[in-house]
Design a protein around this ligand. Structure first.
Ligand SMILES: CCCCCCCC/C=C\CCCCCCCCCCCCCC(=O)SCCNC(=O)CCNC(=O)[C@H](O)C(C)(C)COP(=O)(O)OP(=O)(O)OC[C@H]1O[C@@H](n2cnc3c(N)ncnc32)[C@H](O)[C@@H]1OP(=O)(O)O
Ligand SMILES: Cc1cc2nc3c(=O)[nH]c(=O)nc-3n(C[C@H](O)[C@H](O)[C@H](O)COP(=O)(O)OP(=O)(O)OC[C@H]3O[C@@H](n4cnc5c(N)ncnc54)[C@H](O)[C@@H]3O)c2cc1C
Length: 627
């Protein structure tokens, strides 16, 4: 019934202060206040309606996104929202759009790789959205292998220009978000060629479209690459294709913080690591880790609430059937994901600190923590996106048949999220970077260099110090195993950051106890999943492994009465969740039934096509009466 909280009894079971947990999840009282305010701003504004997305044809869907982005920008300026508030608005609007790449990559690339002069010229235009930019790095033939990119930027000393060119079909830029139909400019990555010498990949600002009539400029061929996975989802984004036919740009449009080209055509590499040209990707990878906890928590919130509403089997003497959340199998699938959502939240907070610290060190030309920052952002991006993508799918399955309905919110959530396992670095390629970092650490231990930071534990691997093995040999042969080691390394980071969080002062009755239980579920579920490795290496005895499994089940029982309150603490509105199964009031069945009749297919009792294609079948004279 309307107005009844079907989850009220569940909420009464909570053994902790939910309002205090909301502050823990938000990060601070201030963050919670901003979240509440912006979430309501979006939920109350019909312009941000999103429940129709999965039913709109692509052109209408895309135009609707352009409208929303323009309206959002208008509201940001009308309300004079801060960058923090605007970012929250983007989060609660919950729609991928070209603005993501403008604000999330184009501007950061100029800030990170542009000189002060270049920043003074381009950033004011970008901040006012008088130009709209994208990040054009990936090509049809290369994405993971950045050093394999084929687009060329050839310096012409006669005109003090670079000639940007797509020499092959595979050099076509392919995938950049916002490129297909909207961006006027791109930070384009191309091979710098001077006097026939290839200096590798560098970033260049290239205008793509006229600011007068939006038509592609001479030498530019640009368009959208076509429909992507799922209805709605990432089809609100114009991922594009772009070819250059000898397009000329001024020399001062090469991003020159990391390396420069003089008027005379002399190439100068600053005394900074060339990998700083990858800095924008590192920035986005750390954002993606924070985003993972948001996406996973959304799916877990839906699945947890529905698991408390859904009853199946177990009726005693005509009494109510059993809530599926009470089944140990349901708990063993759901609660590790709930624990992971909290774990990823905290590791995301730490990673943001690590990234900020590295950026401050770079200002002082201190590159000492750059390798660790690269390994952590790459590895944690890989781990958290893989677990989140798989977790959203598991949450769909935890909701049975109704999880497959678009009105559950889960199919679109999955479709819009899963590319995170690929973009900003294929997850395996990134884990190989972590493996390379771990192997380099091992080789340095042999020289007496003690590891610090997230690899300090490796200093205790005594036996490796004697092996004097040539870690370079067999990397490719052992890469699958090394990737597993990289995953374990990242999981250890997540566990250690969760434990560090618990060592902080955490106010609120019962809050710390719940987080301790979730932390236990996180690491014990990992231990259970990988117990073979622990047993094979004698790190655990069979008895210890059994005890750990017993403790894990005990923690499921401890979390069970608090499960609804723990997902309430995510503080997601029904508008944001956009899920009938995940409604705050648990009023699922009447709303599912109501929603079904709103489907366009039910606008007519007799479907279009009946008379042409069904009636003739039904009325056909059976010429083969013997059938
Ligand atoms: C409706 C809308 C409302 C509107 C609201 C308006 C307001 C909006 C407000 C805010 C909105 C903001 C929203 C922001 C959202 C952001 C969303 C982004 C979505 C993401 C889209 C996806 C974008 C992309 O995909 S971009 C392309 C990504 N591509 C990749 O990641 C490529 C991966 N490959 C690589 O990174 C490299 O090729 C490599 C690392 C795999 C290999 O590189 P290499 O060959 O050069 O190096 P080596 O392997 O040889 O290693 C040599 C050496 O270098 C070290 N190294 C490598 N990389 C790095 C690095 N990055 N940093 C530091 N060091 C590095 C490596 O470790 C080696 O070191 P050694 O010591 O071992 O030598
Ligand atoms: C939705 C979406 C949005 C995107 N937005 C942008 C954007 O805005 N700008 C941009 O520049 N790009 C963008 N991209 C492109 C994205 O960054 C690349 O697709 C990504 O980096 C993966 O590269 P790839 O496609 O070349 O994968 P590949 O590297 O071709 O991966 C194919 C397979 O090969 C494996 N593999 C590759 N190399 C190795 C190796 N050395 N060892 C072992 N296995 C290997 C991979 O693990 C994978 O299994 C986007 C992609 C998507 C899906």
């Amino acid at each position: 019934m309307e107005g009844v909280d079907h989850l009220a009894d569940e909420r009464k079971k909570a053994e902790f202060n939910v309002e205090a947990m909301k502050i823990v999840w938000a990060g601070s009282q201030h963050n919670l206040e901003v979240s509440n305010r912006i979430s309501k701003l979006v939920a109350d504004d019909p312009a941000f309606r999103k429940d129709d997305r999965t039913m709109l044809p692509r052109k209408e869907l895309f135009k609707n996104t352009l409208r929303k982005a323009a309206y959002a920008w208008k509201r940001i300026n009308e309300l004079r929202l801060s960058e923090e508030e605007a970012s929250k608005l983007r989060f609660y609007v919950d729609e991928t759009a070209y603005t993501d790449l403008h604000w999330g990559m184009f501007i950061p690339a100029i800030k990170g790789q542009g000189t002060d002069e270049q920043q003074r010229k381009w950033l004011p235009l970008a901040y006012k959205m008088q130009i709209i930019g994208c990040y054009a790095q990936t090509e049809l033939g290369h994405g993971s292998n950045v050093q394999g990119l084929e687009t060329t930027a050839t310096f012409d000393p006669h005109t003090d220009e670079f000639v940007i060119h797509s020499p092959t079909l595979t050099s076509s830029k392919w995938w950049p978000g916002g490129l297909g139909k909207v961006s006027t400019h791109a930070v384009t990555y191309a091979r710098l060629i001077i006097d026939g010498k290839d200096h590798g990949v560098h970033g260049f600002i290239v205008q793509l479209r006229s600011l007068e009539d939006h038509r592609p400029l001479p030498g530019i061929t640009v368009g959208d690459i076509g429909m992507k996975f799922g209805n709605g989802a990432y089809n609100t984004m114009d991922n594009g294709v772009l070819r250059f036919d000898h397009v000329r740009i001024p020399r001062n449009q090469m991003l020159m913080k990391v390396s420069q080209v003089t008027r005379e055509g002399k190439y100068k590499q600053s005394d900074v690591p060339r990998q700083l040209v990858y800095g924008t990707m590192v920035y986005v990878r750390q954002r993606i880790v924070a985003d993972a906890s948001c996406y996973l928590s959304r799916a877990v919130c839906i699945a947890t609430r529905y698991s408390a509403v859904r009853r199946q089997f177990g009726s005693q003497n005509g009494g109510p059937e059993t809530q599926v959340i009470d089944y140990k199998t349901q708990q063993s699938r759901l609660f590790p994901l709930l624990a992971s959502a909290y774990a990823f939240r905290f590791v995301g907070e730490w990673l943001e600190w690590l990234y900020t610290d590295v950026m401050q060190r770079l200002q002082a030309n201190d590159f000492s923590t750059l390798p660790e920052a690269h390994a952590c952002t790459a590895g944690l991006k890989s781990l958290t996106t893989s677990v989140t993508a798989d977790g959203i799918e598991e949450c769909r399955k935890l909701c049975g048949g109704h999880g497959y309905l678009c009105t559950s919110g889960l199919p679109e959530l999955f479709a819009v999220y899963v590319p995170a396992c690929t973009y900003e670095g294929d997850n395996i390629v990134l884990l190989l970077q972590v493996a390379r970092f771990l192997m380099k650490t091992v080789s340095q231990i042999g020289t007496g260099k003690q590891p610090v930071g997230t690899i300090a534990y490796m200093g205790r691997i005594e036996h490796l110090m004697q092996c004097r093995c040539n870690v370079q040999r067999g990397f490719a042969e052992l890469s699958a195993d090394l990737v597993e080691a990289a995953v374990a390394h990242c999981q250890l980071i997540v566990v250690s950051k969760f434990i560090e969080k618990l060592q902080q002062d955490i106010p609120g009755e019962g809050v710390k106890q719940q987080l301790e239980a979730l932390c236990g579920i996180y690491y014990l579920s990992l231990l259970h999943k990988h117990q073979g490795d622990f047993l094979a290496t004698s790190y655990l005895t069979p008895k210890q492994s059994a005890l750990a499994n017993d403790q894990l089940r005990a923690l499921y029982s401890k979390v069970r009465p608090n499960a609804i309150a723990l997902v309430d603490a995510f503080n997601y509105s029904d508008h944001f969740l956009s899920s009938i199964l995940g409604r705050y009031d648990g009023n699922v069945y009447p709303k599912l039934y109501e929603a079904a009749w709103k489907d366009p297919l039910n606008e007519s009792v007799v479907p279009d096509g009946y008379h042409e294609y069904v009636r003739p079948l039904l009325k056909q004279q059976l010429h083969t009466a013997r059938l």
